[in-house]
Ligand binder design. Structure first.
Ligand code: 13P
Length: 254
């Protein structure tokens, strides 16, 4: 179970360069406050990755990117390729965050391509899924999340799938202060793992990290992280504060 613990901070489009640098320095210098059994990953804005890679050089904190394109080079103005990210020391990349699905109309097929492109250069994709409030209330949320998983991940080989991290982020819990209850989150995490086990085998399913995201804070992290199928967190707002981020990382039960 230990190898599955990941605490990740998605900074989104927050903080300017100086503010971001201060935060990353705070996180790096308080390494002892973080859970040494968990992989700690930060996802700052793209332009800062290169400098932050240097700052984290002697540290166990890993660097992630919030987005990438599907091609490795070419005439794609404004995009960043997996190869370019790799050359900056990036270890993880978010794929399919609900904000990208919503505002940038990213669909199943594009997300599947991004995942393959990242795996080719050995960057771990963190595949985000989750339903909106309307879907939750219409009671087809389980089918909805399973479809997101099947459409973007199920064409991978078992070896490749086992390298992917999944983050279940119910959209109604993102940035709203309204966290899913531990039971609501565990229900979906368990379904995801079972669904993967059905097609790819128990070994693959059990080796994968499934993170919860959506208003995770120090005061609710312990209950969420105590659930059998919740291996870690993808944290937005609370990851902008080094102390809160560290506290969440130490909220695993013994
Ligand atoms: P909040 O923790 O701010 O709800 O954001 C969650 C999220 O979207 C992480 O990717």
């Amino acid at each position: 179970m230990n190898n599955r613990k990941i605490i990740a901070g998605n900074w989104k489009m927050n903080l300017d360069y100086n503010e971001s640098k201060e935060l990353i320095q705070n996180i790096a210098s308080s390494e002892d406050d973080f859970n040494s059994d968990a992989e700690v990953v930060v996802f700052p804005s793209m332009p800062f990755l290169s400098v932050f890679h240097e700052l984290l050089k002697d540290n166990n904190v890993r660097l992630g990117a919030q987005n990438c394109y599907v091609k490795n080079s070419g005439a794609f103005t404004g995009e960043t390729s997996p190869t370019q990210l790799k050359s900056l020391g990036v270890s993880y990349c978010l794929v399919g965050h609900s904000e990208r699905r919503d505002y940038f109309t990213e669909d199943y097929e594009l997300l599947a391509k991004k995942i393959k492109a990242l795996l080719e250069v050995n960057i771990t994709p963190v595949f985000c899924c989750g339903e909106k409030l309307q879907v939750r209330e219409s009671n087809v949320y389980k089918e909805f999340v399973m479809r997101q998983i099947e459409e973007s991940l199920f064409s991978l080989s078992p070896q490749d799938l086992s390298k992917v991290v999944i983050a279940y982020e119910p959209v109604w819990a993102i940035g709203t202060g309204k966290t899913a209850t531990a039971e609501q989150a565990q229900e979906i995490h368990h379904l995801i793992r079972n669904r993967i086990a059905k097609d790819f085998g128990e070994k693959t399913a059990n080796s994968m990290s499934i993170l919860y995201g959506g208003s995770m804070k120090p005061d609710n992290a312990r209950e969420l992280l105590a659930q059998k199928d919740i291996d870690g967190g993808l944290i937005g707002g609370a990851s902008l504060d080094a102390d809160m981020f560290a506290q969440i990382s130490t909220s695993y039960s013994e």
